[in-house]
Ligand binder design. Structure first.
Ligand code: GLP
Length: 245
């Protein structure tokens, strides 16, 4: 496990963007696993700058996003497809047909999830998976549970996640109650994993994920068992681990 405490959000974003840029340069046809949330917005902006300056190209990249709200079309401004288009895909030279987000508009949850797993496998699996961290330790939309869900599946969002994500919707009633997400098994199959977290409100969960027991009640704790994980956190999110490194 490689743990880096960056000085601030900008530094965290640049360092994380550098990990992704290095992967894209070394393997221009690789498969990236991508994440949404407010945490990666800065690193996506850095990757857009890198691409505009010509130092990296996404033209051969295939991508798979972690999750999507069930019931939202990709044109909805709170869908994760819309987020990815506006924060990254619209501004770089990636082939949009090679970008994948679970199909939130497919009401057949079994088909939506099984198709997604098949597409990831057909692409050869994920080379580098980017993850943010929920306050309760969720990754993608894998909420605390009594077991680690394996494959892409449908989830009922917890009240705390609905509450946290309601800031982005007009009202809490507009937040979808379900989502499709890669499973913990899907995520753990990625050959390399990059986790980003920032802010004082993530300090405790960063500590628990890295130094607590590996339990499904803290889904991201399973990352302790992955052979190639890099955590990049800002100084606030790293405040409870800095004395342990
Ligand atoms: C959301 C997403 C996660 C994201 C997390 C943290 O619910 N499903 O993929 O990592 O919450 O979001 P943020 O970066 O805004 O704190």
């Amino acid at each position: 496990m490689n743990i880096i405490i960056a000085s601030d959000y900008e530094d965290m974003s640049r360092k994380a963007a550098d990990v992704i840029a290095a992967q894209v340069k070394a393997h221009p046809n690789c498969v990236l696993g991508l994440a949404t949330g407010s945490t990666p917005i800065g690193l996506y902006a850095d990757l857009v700058s890198d691409c505009k300056e010509g130092s990296i190209s996404f033209s051969g990249i295939t991508s798979f996003n972690l999750d999507e709200y069930r019931g939202l079309e990709g044109t909805h401004d709170q869908s994760y497809r819309y987020f990815m288009n506006t924060n990254l895909f619209d501004h770089v030279d990636i082939d949009k047909n090679a970008t994948h987000v679970p199909d939130g508009s497919n009401p057949d949850s079994d088909a939506a999830c099984a198709d997604y797993e098949k597409m990831i496998a057909a692409a050869g699996g994920v080379d580098l998976q980017l993850l943010g961290l929920g306050h309760n330790g969720h990754v993608g939309f894998n909420e605390p549970a009594d077991y680690f869900p394996v494959d892409t599946h449908i989830v009922d969002l917890t009240e705390s996640t609905i509450q946290a994500n309601s800031r982005l919707f007009d009202s809490i009633d507009d937040v979808p109650r379900q989502a499709y997400t890669m499973g913990i098994g899907t995520i753990m199959k990625a050959r390399q994993i990059l986790v980003v977290a920032n802010g004082a409100d993530k300090a405790q969960i960063v500590h628990d994920v890295l130094f607590g027991p590996v339990v499904p009640q803290v889904p991201a704790s399973v990352l302790q068992l992955h052979p190639n994980v890099t955590f990049i956190v800002d100084s606030e999110a790293g405040s409870k681990i800095k004395d342990k490194l």
